[in-house]
Design a protein around this ligand. Structure first.
Ligand SMILES: NC(=O)c1ccc[n+]([C@@H]2O[C@H](COP(=O)([O-])OP(=O)(O)OC[C@H]3O[C@@H](n4cnc5c(N)ncnc54)[C@H](O)[C@@H]3O)[C@@H](O)[C@H]2O)c1
Ligand SMILES: O=C/C=C/C=C(\O)C(=O)O
Length: 478
């Protein structure tokens, strides 16, 4: 897979480049072009020009048809997308086939459908206290695109997360410049080919590769020609982007980091709670923003839960690598730090020795920790690997206090058979999403996003249309 920029309808790879490394075995997959400031400027200019072209006046029907054509194109090249995502991320083919690529298709199809039947309210009656001025008026709302939208995506779900923003941005009539992670450029390049083949006008979608700080990512988010920024990545990166966006008061939608808690009550179906926590802690080797890294278990079932979760973690095989050597080293450093902070390592805690080519990759062992104080760095800081810390609690209020004592607030799971408890506790967990007796069960119409350092805004269904378009009120004197 050769990664290329896609600017104004043309593929290009001029300028410097850097190697693309396979996480599964450390081999070199190819090279990636590093977009210079000029390439980024060309992309933003092409996106602006496209806004003034036929795309700027297309109606919802045409935009929906364009999104469906892209979905069809991804489906037609399904296996190529699977191959590219597996190569770049080192994840299982099963995950790419059942999650990554189907969700990319689903993202485009969902927003194509959502464009129909988006009722906007109209107001004619005068309501005392709400209506001012003389005479009767008809007020109705229309929606305008924001303009040129910069999308910056991370390496953990490259295709899913980039299309999660590209689809609604295009649905609302914007034009897009995507900067994917430097770690995972391949499916973005393939998507550009699909969009090119689908015949979207030149400049409607643009793709620039490269790094973030003082490179393509920063050139794009600080660009005066960018009208909005949709970013998914680390909270610290979000803060850096926000500082750049501030100069031009650029609106932002942020999906950021997390340190997601699980609350397991003694009345829970313990089999389901253990199974669910294995999934929520170790899927894609913990490299999903929704993954659980803190587990709080009601004391009567704490010992049994720790033993069972540890056994399941120790028995996991076929798990994928960290995305890079740097990230592997970061996760292993947290494993060492946890031990130094006094943790009991129930399972894992190091790097596996497979005795095959995977030893050249970036694998770490699925790990279960316990015994740390809540002040420990391994309990407070996002590790973003296959690791969780388990601690006991005695009361509902204590469980909530533990879960909410975090600078993050993205997602949580709550395991209980008590329906009243579920409805009582869930709204009090300070996360944007609370899954009860399940994990990562998604309805794309629901608000998705985090509170506190986990994000700004919500995406999903109408929430995405609200971010990617500007409502305009038209008031006509009757
Ligand atoms: N909330 C969510 O929905 C969600 C989803 C996935 C990942 N994440 C978070 O993302 C992180 C892992 O992904 P990552 O390591 O790619 O994150 P990252 O912040 O290091 O990089 C994300 C993207 O931002 C770019 N970037 C980095 N610095 C930049 C800068 N100064 N200006 C502009 N662009 C810049 C990178 O090149 C990359 O494309 C974790 O913290 C995880 O929690 C959150
Ligand atoms: O790694 C984070 C996962 C984010 C998932 C979504 O944005 C989604 O399911 O729409």
């Amino acid at each position: 897979m050769k990664a290329e920029h896609y600017v104004g309808g043309g593929f290009r790879s001029d300028g410097p480049s850097f190697p693309l490394i396979a996480p599964v075995d450390g081999s070199e997959l190819g090279t990636v072009p590093e977009a210079t400031r000029d390439v980024v400027d060309d992309a933003v200019t092409a996106a602006r020009t496209a806004l003034r072209g036929p795309w700027g006046t297309t109606g919802a029907e045409e935009r929906a048809a364009a999104l469906r054509a892209v979905a069809d194109g991804i489906e037609a090249r399904f296996d190529e997308f699977v191959d590219a995502e597996v190569a770049d991320t080192g994840r299982s083919r099963e995950f790419a086939r059942t999650v990554d690529v189907p969700r990319a298709v689903g993202n485009f199809r969902a927003y194509a459908e959502l464009l129909y039947g988006r009722p906007e309210r109209a107001y004619t009656t005068r309501v005392p206290g709400w209506s001012t001025g003389a005479g009767q008026a008809l007020n109705y709302t229309v929606r305008r695109p924001l303009g040129v939208v910069a999308i910056i995506s991370p390496w953990n779900l490259p295709l899913l997360l980039s299309t999660w923003k590209i689809a609604p941005a295009l649905a609302c009539g914007n034009t897009v410049v995507l900067k994917p992670s430097e770690e995972t450029p391949s499916t973005a390049t393939l998507l550009a080919r699909v969009i090119d083949d689908a015949g979207l006008p030149d400049g409607v979608f643009n793709l620039v590769h490269g790094h973030g700080p003082a490179a393509a990512g920063e050139f794009l988010t600080a660009h005066p020609g960018v009208d909005a920024i949709a970013f998914t990545g680390e909270s610290a990166t979000g803060a850096a982007i926000m500082r750049n966006a501030a100069d031009h008061v650029t609106p932002v939608s942020f999906e950021l980091g997390g340190k997601n808690p699980a609350l397991v009550f003694a009345d829970a179906d313990l089999d389901a709670a253990v199974d669910g926590t294995v999934r929520s802690s170790f899927t894609h080797s913990g490299q999903i923003c929704l993954c659980t890294e803190r587990v709080y278990v009601e004391r009567p079932v704490f010992d049994e839960f720790v033993v069972r979760l540890g056994e399941r973690a120790a028995a996991l095989d076929g798990y994928g690598p960290m995305i890079s050597a740097d990230h592997r080293d970061k996760v292993l450093a947290y494993y060492r730090l946890a031990r130094e902070e006094g943790a009991t390592v129930v399972a894992g805690g190091g790097a596996p020795a497979f005795g095959d080519e995977r030893d050249g990759g970036f694998h770490v062992e699925p790990t279960v920790l316990t015994g740390l104080p809540e002040t420990a760095r391994a309990v407070r800081e996002e590790i973003f690997g296959p690791v969780c810390h388990v601690a006991p609690f005695d009361t509902e209020d204590e469980a909530l206090a533990l879960a909410n004592d975090s600078p993050y607030g993205l997602a949580s799971t709550l395991w209980t058979r008590d329906l009243s408890r579920a409805h009582r506790v869930a709204p009090r967990v300070e996360t944007g999403i609370v899954w009860v007796n399940c994990w990562n069960l998604r309805d794309l119409r629901t608000p998705f996003g985090g509170v506190k350092a986990s994000g700004i805004g919500r995406e999903g269904g109408e929430y995405s249309l609200d971010f990617f378009s500007e409502p305009v009120n038209v008031c006509i004197q009757i």
